[in-house]
Design a protein around this ligand. Structure first.
Ligand code: UDP
Length: 244
């Protein structure tokens, strides 16, 4: 049975990284296309303003706590999830496992980035199978062709890196046409694998200050990041309401 925690109306799986990866491996054996979403506090706040996004997140077959803020929120609400399980860490583990039955299609990021990510990933994990790539700047008219390309590639895991909310909506709209068994929304991960963007050092990620690192590196995110204090305020409000 699925154990979930409600964070401002978004159901988050209470799961460890290993169990999340095991679940994804299980999805690969199923008949349907399953969805994996990785909301952080910013996305949960976006879902407060966008009911469609909230419904899509709640329809996910696996929805993990991507970020220290979500883990802290679960703890404040009294139902602490066991760990932060970020999208990039999930796919890193899937790449490292190099299961010969898994083949990936990388969809998203600027032209050239997915191909560069493919090259670097193959260098780092010689056993992995990347069935195809496509950039993320296409218009609706091209979509059917891109979906055909993904399906023809034979990939069973589709990594969708179109940025938060766009990727969840794209997956939801197209999952019935896709043959891949698992679609994962992975934000800016392809930029990281291509070496175009850097993750915060491990000790900063572990300490829960990745948001501060990103803010310093990408000050244009400042407006978006104002959602972080708003998120904590909403969580404290929800806790107070539950107590009464
Ligand atoms: N992106 C894309 N198509 C678009 C908009 C964005 O492929 O129409 C890509 C963008 O190039 C970047 C990723 O989506 O690689 C978004 O990265 P970001 O770090 O902003 O992710 P988020 O924090 O929004 O999940």
């Amino acid at each position: 049975m699925r154990k979930t925690v409600d964070i401002l109306g978004v159901s988050i799986d209470s799961i460890t990284m290993d169990d999340a990866c095991e679940k994804i491996n299980g999805f690969l054996e199923g008949g349907e296309t399953r969805t994996v979403f990785t909301p952080n506090s910013e996305i949960i706040m976006a879902a407060q303003r966008d009911k469609t996004l909230k419904d899509i997140l709640n329809s996910g077959d696996l929805v993990v706590a991507d970020g220290a803020g979500v883990v802290l929120a679960s703890s404040i609400l009294g139902e602490k999830v066991p760990a932060k399980v970020s999208g990039i860490d999930i796919i890193r583990k899937l790449f490292a496992d190099a299961n010969p039955f898994v083949s990936f299609f990388l969809l998203g990021a600027k032209p050239g980035v997915a191909e560069l990510a493919e090259q670097k990933l193959i260098q780092a994990h010689p056993g992995i199978n990347i069935a195809g790539t496509h950039h993320g700047y296409f218009d609706e008219k091209e979509e059917d062709l891109i979906i055909a390309e993904i399906n023809d590639s034979g990939a069973n895991v589709l990594l969708v890196a179109l940025g938060a909310s766009k990727q969840e909506k794209w997956i939801n709209e197209n999952k019935s046409k896709l043959k891949a068994k698992v679609c994962i929304g992975v934000g800016g991960s392809l930029d990281v694998f291509a070496g175009k963007a850097r993750l915060a050092p491990e000790f900063i990620r572990k300490a829960g200050f990745e948001w501060l690192y990103r803010l310093i590196k990408e000050p244009r995110r400042f407006k978006r990041m104002l959602d972080l204090p708003r998120f904590m305020f909403q969580i404290l409000k929800a806790k107070y309401k539950r107590r009464r």
